[in-house]
Write a protein that binds this ligand. Sequence first.
Ligand SMILES: Cc1cc2nc3c(=O)[nH]c(=O)nc-3n(C[C@H](O)[C@H](O)[C@H](O)COP(=O)(O)OP(=O)(O)OC[C@H]3O[C@@H](n4cnc5c(N)ncnc54)[C@H](O)[C@@H]3O)c2cc1C
Length: 493
Amino acid sequence: MPSRKALVCTCEDVTRLDLDDAIAAGFRDVESVKRYTGLGTGPCQGKSCLVSAMDHLARAAMLPESAQAPFRTRTPAVPTRLAELAGITPPPLTPIPPLVDPSGPHPLCSKEPLPERMDVVIIGGGIMGLALAYQLARRGHREVLVLERGYLLEGASGRNGGGVRAQWSTPTFIELAKESLKACADFARELGVNVWFRRGGYLFLARDEAAAKQLGKAALLHHAHGLRTRLIEPKEAADLVDGLDPKGVVAASFNPDDGVVFPWPFVWGYADGARKRGVRIEPFTRVTGIEVAGGRARAVETDRGRVATDRVVIAAGAWSPAVALLAGVKLPNEPKRHEICVAEPLKPFLDPLIAELDNGLYFSQSARGELVGGMGDPDEPPGLNQRSTLRFLSRYSRALLRVMPGLGALKIIRQWAGLYDVTPDHSPVLGETPGVAGLLQMSGFVGHGFMMAPAVARRMAAWMDGEKDELFTRFTLQRFAEGKLEKEAMIIG
Ligand SMILES: Cc1cc2nc3c(=O)[nH]c(=O)nc-3n(C[C@H](O)[C@H](O)[C@H](O)COP(=O)(O)OP(=O)(O)OC[C@H]3O[C@@H](n4cnc5c(N)ncnc54)[C@H](O)[C@@H]3O)c2cc1C
């Protein structure tokens, strides 16, 4: 019997004892254990730890054979220098066949029966669903059920860049983000979890006149809302960041109070906070139907049975259109893949998150020293595609080296992809559904839902308790039919 102190993952110093801690905390599947311990997230990408980790989980967590699936090891196969990747001509995008949902209960779902009735059923255990559940519980609701078809970080909430900024182009987004920034700062005190909130600011760069104009217009609005945004010269941007090449940059804006968090503990913090206050969270439970009768939502069907309820919240991120269709409701949202990657750690050298408004490049340095960054692709078609591509690595490396030419020898160690939940005006869909009373919408957060969740969830819980709030009259599904779009312009990616 190997010692419990024996290393399982040598890249990230994860021992058998750490795996046992994860099991004791309620995690059994390897994807959750990976996220709880850091297992397999280092340079070898799980190649040296996967088998022993699975072996240990199979025995110590009594995993059924059908659940002994390996976690998805990430490309690139070996750490690869940015300069090499930038030297590759980006290959074209290739279509992938549509995914087919598995049928029958997940092997890791709870064996306890689901409750027959709950006051509120939330579909989706991402940041939105869990933050809402937590806020409802804080207000005294005890009959709240969250249904998640996978593990708790399965969706975009477990795959994002953790950027939190108040630099937006509309008053509502600025105010929501201000509240969320405060929530990030208070998170450890309120929920007892360190989310590694680091306020190094957001530095926006513009390379053409249209983007420069946008930064100037937004800065005026920021000042009116009390933000410390400064429009700065490209030369000053280069003074702020060692190694930044200001060539081609025509304008920049900097708000020192923006920052980044580590997304995983953020999600767990809300899940723990909700559970402690009586919320029932059921991972590995897929919603397969929404019962509507007499113009109102009556129940949800799952692969584990039916739960009657008067209020169903659709918080299923990029899957929300598919979930809404279960009730016969069409959402205008489209899922779009967004790719992201991590480079090997460096000594801390980069304070702000840097974002380019023109091409959607962004990158920041994590608390572990890794460079984390992504970039949208204008040619990306809508679809539920979460595969990684060489095309992204090549495009990203080119764009990154244009800003930071000295990083050519830095190696990318891991890439992955998630889904943006994109609405026609880049603003969310919130509130009641015309024609189906009790069916509530909470989706369409594009590439900024993580940072909006604390504020939106708090306000949605209050609104569900009867408090008036313009968010739920302005950002309704109805606005698309009426042509009253709420256009947000400072979108990255
Ligand atoms: C690569 C990337 C980078 C990003 N960077 C940032 C950033 O820096 N800052 C920021 O604020 N935002 C960022 N975002 C956006 C942010 O991650 C999302 O807006 C946010 O996580 C959305 O949360 P959600 O709870 O709505 O959706 P999700 O986290 O996707 O959760 C929805 C959940 O619903 C579940 N579900 C789907 N169908 C069903 C069903 N039938 N039954 C039960 N459950 C179901 C899914 O499994 C999923 O877990 C980024 C996104 C991506 C992909």
